[in-house]
Design a protein around this ligand. Structure first.
Ligand code: HEM
Ligand SMILES: [Cu+2]
Length: 561
């Protein structure tokens, strides 16, 4: 076996980089291969996610007991916003972009992304803007949360350069994400292999299409709001869009911000829905239930996602009839989401289930994300939200959808595709330990927050009333354990890179999409020759054998495993 077939895209390309680690690294940093860019995204996002987790440990350490413990209120105030910015803009969104880069071209049978150089630029913007975000800690990090509402975010109340750095960094992250979205759309629209029509696409590919459309439509609105904010910060004499003292309208900022940021919550979950729609069929050994309603519900969620933003603004004094409209639309989003949940349940129903780690994360997602969706419907009700807005109930909601939701799907995807990315298996028992620890500690950390919120504990505060101590203590212990158990995962990945068993093309045996028909790890340009897709009945076909593909199109016959 040549090194290229054995190590695929991981193999050094030149004699020089074979001999020197520095050259090999340089080759990666400048590579336009979507798989290498994808891996760089994943590693970078995991690094930023680890920093975000560190900040959450600081938060929970301070809240372990009532009264000041470790830090002052000024430093504390920077933590929730920085934690959220790191997690949203630098962990969840980019890690999906990374997995998409790796998997999408392969799933559609293309050799690479449509614009490889744009792809590389889009990636490198992120470390630059990430450094900007972090360096704001050197110049007085802002304490205005991830939402940066004026007037607190104007120069009168947040004069530090740190606040400017935060702002510009988030604008740049948006630019990067827009570039990636354009690239995904161009790739999927133009580079599908023969016979791969739109309704033959995998649901992960569909999820990336819909997410990219959301990014294209929503991100420019966030950028506009932040650019307006920056103009007002830098030239306070000349611009006053938002400062009420000069006749500006702070509520206008909230409309612009949430016009992006509600769709953004779907930018942070739809690719995860896509991953789950790959994992559940593979480990249930059945095709996905209701393929076409699964695609249309993605579209419906994204359209409705643009019509609900003011549910974040129920307490800002907007007219009641407007609030009621937004309340109904918000509740209606639960319908297409429910369609997905029930279709996933129907997918596993009567399947012959295998409980490998990706499946455990898939099932964990299904049960726990639903709780987050339910609390969403609760706070979508105007009278209830007036009570619960800006309390810990919202923190509970966010974390059930984003940690029990998005993060569970990310791990499902990382375990599912680990053998494809590396050509090795991971350690299954360690994977299971990681899953159970994560699932249990998520609930220890976040469940009690529902009660704290209902009792009136406000979010983003440095201290709390002593009556809230017991639940806060439990939550903090849960959070420390949740972070600690992630080291099991890290160890597993590193250990398996070296000692994992070498795998064939389709290690799960029941993977049906094109990534399971190329080598593990795939070669540069993914396939030796352009593959030809044999159309399958996506909803009904029995898929244990996978779609029949012209085996001659691949250099080696499909393995018999
Ligand atoms: C049935 C679906 C959902 C409904 C009806 C819903 C409803 C709401 C409402 C009304 C709020 C504002 C509460 C307030 O501040 O008073 C909210 C906040 C939030 N939701 Fe949801 N939600 C849903 C699903 C999701 C999903 C899927 C995600 C993410 C994956 C998400 C992420 C968030 C975040 C991050 C916030 C807090 C934003 C902040 O103020 O920092 N939600 N949700
Ligand atoms: Cu929302």
């Amino acid at each position: 076996m040549s090194t290229e077939t054995k190590y695929g895209y991981l193999a050094p390309l030149t004699e020089k980089s074979r001999k020197s680690a520095v050259h090999y690294a340089k080759e990666w940093f400048g590579s336009t291969d979507a798989k290498r860019i994808g891996v760089m995204y994943v590693i970078f996002a995991l690094f930023m996610g680890a920093l975000g987790a560190l900040l959450s440990v600081f938060i929970r350490a301070e809240l372990l007991h009532a009264g000041p413990d470790f830090m002052g209120p000024d430093f504390y105030s920077t933590l929730p916003g920085m934690h959220a910015s790191l997690m949203i803009f630098f962990f969840v969104i980019p890690i999906y972009t990374g997995l998409g880069n790796f998997i999408i071209p392969i799933q559609i049978g293309a050799p690479d992304m449509a614009f490889p150089k744009l792809n590389l630029v889009a990636f490198w913007i992120l470390p630059a803007s990430g450094m900007m975000l972090l360096s704001s800690y050197v110049f007085n990090a802002p304490g205005f949360g991830w939402t940066a509402y004026p007037p607190i975010s104007t120069s009168a109340f947040s004069p530090s350069i740190g606040a400017d750095l935060w702002n510009v960094s988030v604008i740049l992250a948006g630019v990067s994400s827009t570039m990636a979205a354009v690239n995904f759309l161009a790739t999927i629209f133009n580079m599908r292999c023969k016979n791969m029509s739109f309704f033959q696409l995998s649901l992960f590919t569909w999820a990336i299409i819909v997410t990219s459309l959301l990014i294209l439509a929503a991100t420019p609105v966030l950028s506009s709001a932040l650019i307006m904010l920056q103009l007002e910060r830098t030239f306070p004499g000349a611009f006053h869009f938002f400062s009420p003292a000069q006749g500006g309208d702070p509520i206008l900022y909230q409309h612009l911000f949430w016009f992006y940021s509600h769709p953004a919550v779907y930018i942070m979950i739809l690719p995860g829905f896509g991953i789950i729609s790959e994992v559940l069929p593979t480990f249930s050994r059945k095709p996905i239930f209701g393929y076409s309603v699964m695609t249309w519900s993605l579209v419906a969620i994204s359209v409705l996602g643009f019509l609900v933003w003011a549910h974040h603004m129920f307490t800002t004094g907007i007219a009641l009839r407007v609030r009621v409209g937004f309340m109904f639309l918000s509740m209606i989003i639960a319908v297409p989401t429910g369609i997905k949940i029930f279709s996933w349940l129907a997918t596993i129903w009567n399947g012959s289930l295998k409980f490998d780690t990706p499946m455990l994360f898939g099932l964990g997602f299904l049960s726990m994300f639903t709780l987050g969706g339910l609390s969403g419907v609760v706070i979508a009700a105007v009278p209830i939200d007036i009570q619960l807005h800006d309390t810990y109930y919202i923190v509970a909601h966010i974390h059930y959808v984003l940690v029990a939701g998005s993060v569970m799907t990310i791990f499902a995807g990382l375990y599912y595709w680990f053998p494809k990315l590396t050509g090795k298996t991971y350690h299954e028992t360690l994977g299971k330990v990681h899953f159970w620890g994560t699932a249990i500690f998520i609930n220890v950390t976040f469940f009690g927050m529902h009660y704290l919120g209902m009792k009136g504990m406000p979010r983003r505060y440095f201290d709390y009333d002593p009556q809230f101590e017991a639940l806060n203590f439990i939550s903090s212990i849960g959070a420390f354990a949740l972070v600690a158990i992630q080291f099991v995962w890290l160890f597993n990945m590193l250990w398996s890179l070296k000692y994992g068993k070498v795998v064939g093309r389709n290690p799960w045996k029941d993977g049906t999409n094109l990534e399971w028909y190329t080598t593990s790890p795939p070669q540069h340009h993914n396939f030796p020759e352009a593959p030809v897709w044999t159309p399958i009945d996506r909803s009904h076909g029995h898929n244990t054998g996978g779609p029949k593909r012209d085996a001659d199109q691949l250099t080696e016959p499909l393995p018999a495993e």
